[in-house]
Ligand binder design. Structure first.
Ligand code: C2E
Ligand code: MG
Ligand code: MG
Ligand code: MG
Length: 283
């Protein structure tokens, strides 16, 4: 019995663990309800061309407001969705809604904008992705190059050979591909070059202190120049200050995302934002 196997085993039933399990079950439960009741929303965060500040598209970010729990951060619910498998129907909803949005924009004269969507590791390795994307393309008749798929460095490196094959197929379909949170995993740019990707997104963790931390500044500068030498474009994440923007411009980064340019906002608000200032002001 558990009792006879000694004290150590009781740690499994520690109050902290119970609380974590309880939290997990609670979130999972509420998420299923939200999925059934249209309780999730998409916010869009502008992506801009670094040199000019011009908006070229947006990243799609999942938002969840629950009646009982209030706003729940992706950092809190995405891991639970990943672990429970709920990320599959949820991620599918995100993809479908994003494609629909691209189709709507096309009809509204916003067809030059692209959307970048985050793929979870499970979605990426589940085997159903390619077929589902084909189906959505057919349904919405959009140009696949308007959809960018983001996969984190860590997810990409889980099974590099499968990743390489799937990325090649996605590339052949015409989708854009980006490696997200670059620098937080254990891969090298030279290795990533084996993948058919278009861009890397430098993690906010490196951008945050480029003004004050020479190490981070050097890493970002070197990453940009190495990426370029490999034919990859670079997006800087989490740009919050003019000084950071200036540094990245000087180092010839390609694109940026961050509170300096725009916070994530609801779809409708994003459309207004685009119409009113296709050019981000104050530059
Ligand atoms: P991510 O893909 O790296 O997304 C960027 C995150 O940085 C977003 O957080 C965004 O709001 C935040 N951010 C952008 N600019 C700034 C800035 O200037 N300063 C600061 N402090 N933060 C900034 P968010 O929306 O909380 O999402 C967190 C993570 O959750 C995402 O990181 C992504 O990994 C995951 N996620 C979000 N939506 C989805 C989704 O639809 N599917 C999946 N699988 N994951 C998602
Ligand atoms: Mg992302
Ligand atoms: Mg990121
Ligand atoms: Mg992240």
């Amino acid at each position: 019995s558990a009792k006879r196997e000694g004290r150590g085993n009781f740690q499994f039933f520690s109050p902290a663990m119970n609380a974590a399990t309880h939290e997990h079950l609670l979130l999972e439960n509420r998420m299923w309800t939200a999925l059934e009741n249209n309780g999730f929303d998409l916010h869009l965060q502008a992506q801009v061309q670094l040199a000019t500040g011009r908006v070229i598209g947006a990243e799609v970010l999942l938002r969840w407001y629950d009646e009982e729990l209030g706003s729940v951060e992706p950092q809190r619910f995405i891991p639970v969705a990943e672990e429970s498998g709920l990320i599959l129907p949820l991620g599918d909803w995100v993809l479908a809604r994003t494609m629909q949005l691209l189709a709507e924009w096309q009809d509204e004269g916003l067809g030059a904008l692209r959307l970048a969507v985050n793929l979870s590791a499970r979605q990426f390795s589940g085997g159903a992705l390619l077929g589902r994307l084909d189906q959505l393309l057919q349904q919405h008749r959009i140009d696949p190059s308007r959809l960018e798929l983001e996969i984190t460095e860590t997810a990409a490196m889980r099974d590099p050979e499968s990743t390489r094959l799937l990325l090649r197929q996605l590339r052949a379909r015409g989708f854009r591909l980006a490696i997200d949170d670059f620098g937080t995993g254990y891969s090298s740019l030279a290795y990533l070059k084996l993948f058919a990707i278009d861009r890397i997104k430098i993690d906010r963790g490196f951008v945050k202190d480029i003004e004050t931390n020479p190490n981070d500044a050097n890493i970002v500068a070197a990453t940009i120049s190495l990426a370029h030498s490999l034919g990859l474009a670079v997006v800087a994440e989490g740009v919050e200050t003019h000084a950071q923007w200036g540094f990245l411009r000087e180092k010839r980064g390609d694109e940026a995302q961050g509170f300096l340019f725009a916070r994530p906002m609801p779809e409708a608000q994003f459309r207004d934002f685009i119409r009113e200032r296709a050019q981000v002001p104050g530059m």
